[in-house]
Every structure is written in C-alpha cells, then in structure tokens.
Design a protein around this ligand. Sequence first.
Ligand code: PEP
Ligand code: MN
Length: 365
Amino acid sequence: MEIRAPLDWANKYPILIAGPCSAESEEQVLQTAQALQNTGIDLYRAGIWKPRTRPGSFEGIGKIGLPWLRRVRNELGMPVCTEVAKAQHVDDVLAHQIDVLWVGARTTANPFSVDDLATALSGVDIPILIKNPTNPDYKLWLGAIERFYRAGIRHIAVIHRGFSSYHHAIYRNVPMWQIPLELKRHFPNLKIICDHSHICGRRDLLLSTAQYAMDLLFDGLMTEVHPSPDQAWSDARQQITPKTYQTMIDALVLRADHFNNHPASEAILKIRASIDQLDEQILHLIDTRMDLSEKIGQLKKQENLSIFQPARWDNMIKKAIRLGKEKQLSEQFVRQLLDAIHLESIEHQSKVMNQQSQTTEQKSD
Ligand code: PEP
Ligand code: MN
C-alpha cells in the first residue's frame, strides 16, 4: 500500500491535533480554537456527532455545528476535522469543506459501517484518520485501512486510542502499545497519532502518557482541550484547558529515531550486542525447558496424569512472582512470561501425548 501522510504532515514531528471532545456552541468552538492558535497545532478537532456508549448522554450538536468548524478554518486558518460514522455524515461534512475526517473506534470495529463510509468517500481524496477498533484486534484495524485504501483514499493516518476492557485500574482504554507498534513495523510510513485523552480518561496521566508515546516514536498526539473542562458536555474528566495544553506540549521531550555522530551511539551498540546475546540465550534456555516438558509429557502419559496440575502451577507462579519482586520485575510481567512459557509447555506435552495416541490409533486401524 502506498499510503501518504494527510495534509503537509510528511516531515512534521510531532503532529499535534487538539480541540474539544464535542462542539457545544459556536462560542466554545471559536474560543477554544483562538486559544489554541498560537500553540502550533496542525489540526483542530471537535466532535459533531458523538457515538456514546449508553443512550441519554450528550449525542452531539449535529450538523448545525459544521458552519462553526468552517469559521475556524476560514477565519483562523486552521485545518479542521470531525468524526463521521454514516454516509449522511460524509455528505454533510463534504458540503462544509471540512479538511480531514476521523473514523471513531466503534465504527472501525464494524466492517459494514466502514464499507458504507468507504463507498460514500470513493472518488473523494479527503484525508482520513482511522482510530483503532474498541477491541484489541490488529486485523480489524488493518481491515479498515484496507477498505478505505481500496475506495481510492490515499491520505491516511491512524489514531491509537486504546482498547476497551471491563475494568482497568489506571486507564479508561488500555493502551496495549504492541498493537500500534505492530502497525508501524508493517507500515513505516503510516503516521500514528496517540490519542492520549481517550487512553487515559483522566487529566493527571496525560503528560506521562504523551511522553511514553513520544519515546515509542509515535508521530503525534491528539488531545481533548476545552476552555472549562469541568463543564464539558462530554468526557469532562479527560479534557484540559488550552493553557495546560501549552504547558504539556512544552514539557515534552522529543527523541530521534536514529543516531547522529553522538558519542553515546558506540556505547549503545555495545550494549545492544550483549542484549542480543542474552535474548539468544533465553531462547536456548526455553528450548531446553521444552525438552524437559516433552519428557514429563511422556511420563504423565504413562502414568495417566493430566497435563495441567493446578497445585503445581499455583506454586510455580507464586515462586516466580516472589523471585521477580526481588529482581524488580513487575508482577504483571512475570505472570505474562510464565503464562506464555506454561502455554507453550502444555502444547509440547499435548503433542507428545497425542502423537502417541495417534500412532496407537493408526496401528489399531
Ligand atoms: C472522540 O474522539 O471524541 C471519540 C468519541 O473517540 P473514540 O472513537 O476514540 O471513542
Ligand atoms: Mn471524547
């Protein structure tokens, strides 16, 4: 796919998108845009149609808000974007010269809706920003990109806004950073913007999450900004004032993705070589461990024991977490690591057991 960056973002870093969660009044839309004018943002955002999880909350001002966005564009010279979820939204937005569209997380999750939007947009080369689907499904996100691409849209960027979960102690939407990083690995030219407002769901985490995204080489940020955040009609807890936004952007440390002739690079390369060696050793160790799993699988088969032994597993995991704590490894990491090793071990044992029974079955045929 030959995806191109929207607007003039090809060499812009970081790309900054900001504005209120929802357009509420003409005054609020213009006041926020004016306050953001000198912060150097590249695109002004405001939701006109709001996909709310439950009915009864504010569902957007509707198309009467589109001329307000057009005023921002024409009077303040800022490109503007809003969310579209239906073909009718596309028609309305195109009639009001909106510069960029975004596709919300709930829409990306539904291929029928994506197809409807793609059809409504075919032949129109307007840039679109595709948010990740609400569920952590890499292929569904990729599928939405492909559907728009097939409709002839070339100016595409994506927005990582985290993934829904039943309950998470910290984030409103769990970031699962590995999913957008996988997209970047496959499409190095695709611009990936981090919507830290919807990931965090609360103000106090916005800066650290934005910095984390910058450290992972995200191309930019989308941030919800409101003149009186506590009074916002939607997503009040995650919005910040234009002044706080400016302070946050000024505090960001930007990183480079390559070494210049920096004195640290030699040292980094040396450490990387040692890390590569260790990673290899880890894989060798795991291989040896799986040999043992297969041996134990054979014995369990002979003694007619189940592969999974709950008490043994409980013991192993507790011991590993204790050891991990001593070594400053987080419980979450130790659990994930042990889970992965345990699952692989079960696979190996199951193969040994079933191979034997398959051979027996074949023999008895
Ligand atoms: C939004 O950007 O205001 C929004 C509704 O986002 P999402 O689709 O990520 O929930
Ligand atoms: Mn919002």
